[in-house]
Design a protein around this ligand. Structure first.
Ligand code: ZN
Length: 235
């Protein structure tokens, strides 16, 4: 993929975060990775969404060296790079402080799977990390934010669970494209809001059964997925 195309995809994905009301001020960022070229495009630091232009998107290598762009990359860049290095299946990362997902993160609570809307996107409860330690914050805060996420995923598949809540902070989501990573953020926020309301009405409500969770996830994401439109072969 040429660099301009990657920058445009990442720019559009960042603008979509604002369009979906997942960010205010400068509280969020999307990056996209071109695995063949070994480069990452990310939102610049401290630029508000109404000023952001495709050419402002910064390109780095996976070690964090700037390859192209006049502005400084998002301060969260090292966390994104850690995720790309560990989760080889993903090519885009989104970070927001969207309200309901952040409420769960601040409460240190995973989002339980209470319905099929959740199961369509997330295969099981959305996990929450441990709190980051003082020495991890002092040493290299953003790198270690990425590392606490990776530690939480030691037994999870990042494509089956494309989201995490960083305790006391907020959500990260990811996907195979910037657009998919943003859609996962939109879904996560809605699922968090619905779980919050459901738990208010019934704190003891049941998690959906495993067979229903599996059915909903597989019909969208499994090898024989049949949700949505596919071209039928001509007979
Ligand atoms: Zn943050």
């Amino acid at each position: 993929m040429n660099r301009m195309k990657l920058k445009e995809q990442v720019w559009r994905a960042n603008m979509d975060l604002a369009k979906h009301n997942l960010v205010i001020l400068t509280w969020g960022n999307v990056s996209g990775c071109d695995r063949n070229e070994g480069i990452v495009a990310i939102k610049p630091s401290g630029i508000s969404y109404d000023e952001l232009m495709p050419d402002d998107i910064v390109i780095l290598d996976l070690e964090g060296n700037i390859v192209e762009g006049a502005l400084n990359p998002s301060s969260d860049t090292p966390a994104h790079l850690e995720l790309y290095k560990s989760f080889e299946e993903i090519s885009a990362v989104t970070h927001t402080h969207s309200e309901y997902a952040t409420i769960f993160a601040q409460a240190g609570r995973e989002i339980p799977c209470l319905g099929t809307t959740h199961a369509d996107y997330f295969h099981g409860p959305v996990p929450v990390t441990r709190q980051i330690l003082k020495k991890e914050v002092e040493e290299d805060y953003e790198v270690n934010t990425g590392r606490v996420i990776i530690e939480r995923f030691s037994e999870l598949n990042p494509l089956e669970m494309p989201a995490v809540l960083v305790a006391g902070h907020g959500p990260f989501t990811w996907g195979r494209t910037p657009d998919e990573a943003v859609k996962n953020s939109v879904a996560l926020e809605k699922v968090a809001k619905m779980a919050w309301g459901t738990l208010l009405l019934n704190r003891e409500c049941e998690r959906i059964p495993g067979y229903l969770l599996k059915k909903h996830h597989q019909r969208r994401h499994g090898p024989d997925a049949y949700y949505g439109q596919k071209k039928r072969s001509k007979e």
